[in-house]
Each structure stands twice: as structure tokens, then as C-alpha cells.
Design a protein around this ligand. Structure first.
Ligand code: QUE
Length: 346
């Protein structure tokens, strides 16, 4: 496999095959990947010899760890318009994948977070292996769970989406299937066999079903009642109060995790995930684009990337520093229209 190309495209029989190809950096999603993937998918949509698209990733460690946030950090800090252009095109790609008229099969193995989720979980067939590690960790870097999180998080069972979006909790395959993030479990050493079935022209649903295996019991299922009880509260503060009232080890650890995240991020993510329950996918992405514009103009993203990815001290100094000093007006302002700059789809 080629080493210098960020994303590979290949036709095998009736399958358009996409391979994310930056394994040394956990296949983090670049603007180049976005700019190449979208038109290739469009070409395959119009190509009668293509029946379905499969997206996979090079290397064993990651499907895709997220966006190329170090670049976004540097460009954003320098005031470059590239960052907003990246997000606009990434969200349009996410929406195009969501509406893709042919089966879009994601073979998810290894770390799949943030931006990687946008090019996989929005597809029609989400296949995970025993190595899948899913999370929406954005509140930990001063962002919010985007790339369709506004749509798919409120559609998880009960309050699991709110739990995932606020805490950045990591799910292994059994939990990912339980949460509706993955459709099926196929062991990693059978992904090749699944691809071969598709290349041979087998019906997509039949091939996926034939390779699907039962997962072990989902640990998340045992937490569902506690999650629903605590995360159905009417604000982040109210969730924290319920978690503390719960008294369990899990609940106090979960409260501690939420308190460690950007206060502005968790406050905005709460409203985002509640709002998304009532919105179609396009309106969810337009909402996310509003939020992205506001987050890129605030300090927490730059501080979060510094603490987590650049200096790795894991000790971000958030601004505002605590939940009680985030005003309702500040949060509401994040959701306000961008007027002429709204995200539109054509
Ligand atoms: C939140 C994120 C990302 C993250 C950590 C977070 C993210 C991302 C990476 C990342 C990717 C490649 C690397 C790396 C980190 O980390 O989007 O070290 O090589 O791309 O808490 O959203």
C-alpha cells in the first residue's frame, strides 16, 4: 500500500473501496482527505458499475482518531479562514454520507473518535471489530460532539447519548452495538472476508448478516438505569447533583469527569444534544456549524489542544473556569444564526 497518499481509492468489482492512510497519526482526518473523499463518492454515486462503498483504514491501531486538530489549532490561532472552510466541507461530507443513495459500509477497527465517527457512523452499515474504541471526546478539548453527534447522540437509547457527549466515555464493541453506534460486530480477522463477499457481488445486507457475530454482554446495559436517571436532568448542573446524590463509585467518577471538561463545552453540548432530538440531519449539521464558528473564536479549543495533544500535560485551564460562571446568554449566543454564513446543502 502506498505510503505518501493520505486516502486511497480503488474499485474492486462492484465496490468502491476507501482506505484512510495515515496510520502513523492514527489516520487523523485532514482537509485533503475531505476534499478527495467527497468528489470520489459523488463519482461512484453516478457510476453504474459501483453497487456500494466500503471505508476502512490502514494499520491496526485506529480507524480514525479524529480531525487533524493540531493543524486546526495552528491555523485557527493564526486567524486563517481554512479552519472554517474545513469544517464547512467536513460537515457537508458527513451529510452527503448520511444521504448516500448506495450502501456505505464502514469497517471500524481500532480508535474511532471525533472526525472519524463522521465518515463512518453516518453510513448505512456500521461494522465494528473487537478492537473498536469509540468516543466523542470533544468536550475535553474545548469543543462539542460534532460530525453528526447532534443527530446520533439524542437517538441513542435513553440518555446514553447525553452521557457519551458530556463525558467522552469510550465504548468497546459490545457497548457500541448496544448504544446503536455500530450495527454489527464482525471480528477483525473476518473484515477481509466480508469485503471479499461484497467484491464478489453478494447482497450487502446478506453479506453483513452472514459475517455478524454475537457480542458479549454490554457493560453499558448494567448502567442504563443510572444513566437515564442522572442524565435526564434539565441542565449540566442538575446532572451533577443527581450523580452526587447517586452515591455510587461510578456516579462520583462520572461527575468528576464532567467537571474536568471545558465548562462552556459541556453547557453547549447539553443544549446541542437536547435540541438535536427534534431536528433532521441537515438542521443538525447547520446547528453544528454555528457552534463551530463560535468555538473557534473562543480560547478553550486552543487551550484544550495544547493540554491534550501538544504539551500533553492533561491540565487545561478553561475560560470560563467553572460551570457557574458560564452565563445562559453566552450559551444562547452560540446557537444564534450565522445569517449569510449559515451552512447550506446543495
Ligand atoms: C479530542 C479530539 C481528538 C483528540 C483528542 C481529544 C482528535 C484527534 C486526536 C489525535 C489524532 C491523532 C494523533 C493524536 C491525537 O486526539 O480529534 O495524538 O496522533 O484527532 O481529546 O477530538
Amino acid at each position: 500500500m502506498s505510503d505518501d497518499v493520505e486516502i486511497l481509492f480503488e474499485q474492486r468489482g462492484p465496490i468502491g473501496l476507501v482506505t484512510l492512510n495515515r496510520p502513523k497519526v492514527l489516520n487523523a482526518l485532514t482537509y485533503t482527505m475531505v476534499k478527495q473523499l467527497h468528489p470520489q463518492l459523488q463519482a461512484w454515486e453516478n457510476d453504474h458499475s459501483i453497487e456500494a462503498v466500503v471505508i476502512q483504514a490502514a494499520g491496526e491501531k485506529a480507524f480514525c482518531a479524529g480531525g487533524d486538530i493540531r493543524v486546526l489549532h495552528d491555523q485557527g490561532k493564526a486567524g486563517s479562514p481554512e479552519v472554517i472552510n474545513f469544517y464547512r466541507d467536513e460537515y457537508r461530507l458527513n451529510r452527503y454520507i448520511k444521504r448516500y443513495p448506495k450502501p456505505y459500509i464502514a469497517l471500524m477497527s481500532g480508535i474511532n473518535m471525533g472526525g472519524g465517527v463522521g465518515v463512518s457512523v453516518n453510513g448505512s452499515h456500521r461494522v465494528g471489530s473487537q478492537r473498536l474504541l469509540f468516543a466523542m471526546p470533544e468536550t475535553g478539548i474545548g469543543l462539542f460532539p460534532d460530525v453528526g453527534g447532534t443527530y446520533f447522540l439524542p437517538r441513542c437509547p435513553g440518555e446514553i447519548g447525553m452521557y457519551l457527549g458530556l463525558t467522552g466515555a469510550r465504548l468497546k464493541i459490545a457497548d457500541a452495538v448496544y448504544a446503536g453506534i455500530a450495527d454489527v460486530y464482525v471480528p477483525a480477522d473476518r473484515h477481509e472476508a466480508l469485503l471479499a463477499r461484497l467484491v464478489a457481488g453478494e447482497n450487502v445486507d446478506a453479506a453483513v448478516t452472514a459475517e455478524a457475530q454475537q457480542t458479549e454482554a454490554a457493560p453499558l446495559a448494567a448502567q442504563q438505569v443510572q444513566i437515564d436517571t442522572c442524565f435526564s436532568a434539565e441542565s449540566v448542573d442538575a446532572i451533577l447533583i443527581r450523580l452526587e446524590a447517586d452515591g455510587s463509585d461510578w456516579a462520583s467518577k462520572t461527575a468528576e469527569i464532567i467537571r474536568s471538561k471545558s465548562p462552556l463545552s459541556t453547557r453547549v453540548a447539553y443544549e446541542q444534544i437536547r435540541a438535536g432530538a427534534q431536528l433532521d440531519f441537515e438542521d443538525c449539521m447547520s446547528l453544528e456549524f454555528r457552534l463551530t464558528n463560535r468555538f473557534m473564536a473562543a480560547p478553550d479549543f486552543y487551550e484544550g489542544v495544547r493540554a491534550v495533544v501538544i504539551d500533553k500535560d492533561q491540565a487545561p485551564k478553561w475560560d470560563p473556569a467553572t460551570l457557574d460562571v458560564v452565563t445562559d446568554e453566552r450559551v444562547a449566543g452560540y446557537f444564534a444564526s450565522l445569517d449569510d454564513n449559515e451552512l447550506r446543502f446543495d
